[in-house]
Design a protein around this ligand. Structure first.
Ligand code: NAP
Length: 230
């Protein structure tokens, strides 16, 4: 079987970096989407030091021109993306009145539209080739069943990401799957030092969805490989 290639957005640190590491350990070729070259180079070097097959591409998911340029760059390098992990995310604080207008704009742009633009750029080829996995790294705070229990801009943008997941999944056919994953509360710059899970433990749940077999689910929301409540 040909080696699959994965693109992990926000791959320079946190859950994204660990997802990249675990995917590369499973033998995938992994491209880190990064918005800062220096941070990306340091992450790539760390993974290369572990003899993993990784590269990077400049990618600010909040900027549609950057998404288009990254896809062009990948095509020029003959890299066809089989697995897309929409991991890049931001966490603006504040309730629905206290948060600044920009908090909502930024959250929607990165957390929801960023994943949508990147998926819209890569899903058509996956459908044409008959294989693809898209994983949207969502959150327990996106869950209506759990009361959207977090900061307002973050919750509504991640709930929108879950809706994006379902709309993309409705287009999936062949061996193409689009799913959302709640990684849990994770010890990263976003999650803070008191969080429950290591980035590696959280990344396991992302990798599970990124490497589902053909009989695996499409259009679901999962936490560590088990169904999560929307
Ligand atoms: P993190 O350590 O803060 O990492 C966030 C990553 O997203 C960084 O690589 C960051 O790049 C990147 N990013 C932010 N805006 C971007 C943009 N416009 N374009 C490209 N990359 C961008 O956070 P994390 O905990 O690993 O979070 C990863 C994902 O898990 C996020 O979607 C987050 O919402 C989700 N999540 C996390 C937790 C948790 O407890 N940590 C819980 C639930 C869900 P820079 O280094 O350039 O800033």
């Amino acid at each position: 079987m040909a080696t699959h290639t994965a693109l992990v957005t926000g791959g320079n640190r946190g859950i994204g970096l660990e997802t990249a590491r675990l995917l590369a350990r499973r033998g995938l070729r992994v491209v880190l989407g990064v918005r800062e070259a220096a941070a990306g180079e340091a992450a790539v070097q760390a993974l290369k030091d572990e003899k993993l097959r990784v590269g990077m591409v400049a990618l600010d998911v909040a900027d549609k021109a950057s998404v288009e340029a990254a896809v062009l760059q990948l095509a020029r390098r003959n890299l066809r993306i089989d697995v897309l992990v929409n991991n890049a995310g931001i966490y603006p604080e504040g309730d629905a009145l206290a948060a600044a207008d920009e908090a909502f704009e930024d959250a929607f742009r990165v957390n929801a539209l960023g994943a949508l633009w990147t998926s819209r750029a890569l899903l058509p080829e996956m459908l044409a080739r008959g294989y693809g996995r898209i994983v949207n790294v969502s959150s327990g705070y996106a869950s209506f069943a759990r009361g959207l229990a977090g900061p307002a801009a973050y919750c509504v943008s991640k709930a929108a990401l879950n809706a994006v997941t379902l709309k993309l999944a409705q287009l999936a056919h062949g061996d193409v799957k689009v799913n959302a994953v709640d990684p849990g509360w994770v010890r990263t710059r976003m999650g803070g030092p008191a969080a429950d899970l290591t980035p590696e433990a959280a990344a396991e749940g992302v990798v599970w969805a990124a490497t589902l077999p053909a009989k695996g689910p499409n259009g679901g929301f999962f936490h560590q490989g088990k169904p999560a409540q929307w």
